[in-house]
Ligand binder design. Sequence first.
Ligand SMILES: Nc1ncnc2c1ncn2[C@@H]1O[C@H](COP(=O)(O)OS(=O)(=O)O)[C@@H](OP(=O)(O)O)[C@H]1O
Ligand SMILES: [Mg+2]
Ligand SMILES: [Mg+2]
Ligand SMILES: [Mg+2]
Length: 372
Amino acid sequence: MAVEFLATEMDTAVRVVHLASSLCVKVQDKLRLPSSTNGHVKSKDDDSPVTVADWGVQAIVSWVLAQVFGGQNLSIVAEEDTESLSKAESLGLLGTVSSAVNEALSEASTYGLPKPDKPLGTTEILEAIGRCSSVGGPKGRHWVLDPVDGTLGFVRGDQYAVALALIENGKVLLGVLGCPNYPVKKECLSNGCNNQSGAAGSVTKGCVMYAKRGSGQAWMQPLIPGGYPESATLLKVSSVDDPVLATVCEPVERANSNHLFTAGLANSMGVRKQPMRVYSMVKYAAIACGDAEVFMKFAQSSYKEKIWDHAAGVVIVEEAGGVVTDAGGRNLDFSKGVYLEGLDRGIIACSGQVLHEKIIGAVYASWESSSL
Ligand SMILES: Nc1ncnc2c1ncn2[C@@H]1O[C@H](COP(=O)(O)OS(=O)(=O)O)[C@@H](OP(=O)(O)O)[C@H]1O
Ligand SMILES: [Mg+2]
Ligand SMILES: [Mg+2]
Ligand SMILES: [Mg+2]
């Protein structure tokens, strides 16, 4: 029997995102306790937050990938580094990361993953985090990880995602998104969901979505406490192609996307609904499972989008039947290293070609009129 292409990579990635998501759920629960907030969240040089969960997830994903695929030629491009965590004054924080990592890894076998013989020491944890400093590029295989995407949402008790992808020769081969707070309709988890009925069913929280390039399939599993689920459901994008009925999602923070510009675009296309503002790559998840039709992000022109903020989401949306391009209609280029170099203005993800063409048209029209 032929060995399925990327079977071990896909299986390991999905399992480790389940494990990582369980770490995040525990840390976010602790953040809700007023007493522990300060010990779990730090500010980076650009004033963005980083938490015990960001470092903890990066450590366990890096450690597991090294166990399964060997540390020697492993290339991981990930958001966090060890600079602030290795400072003498961060000893307490490092201890908290270490506890979270070892607690999660002690359950690794429940997820079908390798488990360390004894708890990892802080040196091993720093090594695992620090190993993720690859810069990617056009050749070879690179794992791409955003340990917690939407850290602001995470800290605020809101939406966030764990995002892991594999890039080979500049192409995203597979993507996995852990969305621990995503409200999933129960019928979607059991029967598949095309968002056709519109009936309000019961909702459960948390899922992992994944897809392999070229498979034409994207899948969703429920997040279940303390274990790996047995079933997965096929995802399908929404069939809505009338802007009047479309839901548009975008970043929460004004600093991250031009809300005024996207409101103008939406209005000129005939969109009626208020935008759905959601933290993190959960926006891609919403498109993939048919809960929204459009995701737009127009960052300031000085900002360069990073590959870990998009790789997993793009392949999941595309395999679920959607379209993702920049505002000029070109595919995102994951081959140039850490940044999405050459990105034309912004990112547009859609459930289908019809809406996508309308948005690209609206971008051209509004750009021309704004530069008259
Ligand atoms: N100035 C600016 N403009 C655009 N994007 C930025 C900017 N600064 C940061 N980032 C990246 O945005 C990631 C969060 O994106 P979101 O879509 O979740 O934005 S929002 O929090 O809902 O506003 C966020 O990801 P995380 O750091 O993983 O949370 C950043 O990589
Ligand atoms: Mg991110
Ligand atoms: Mg992040
Ligand atoms: Mg960040």
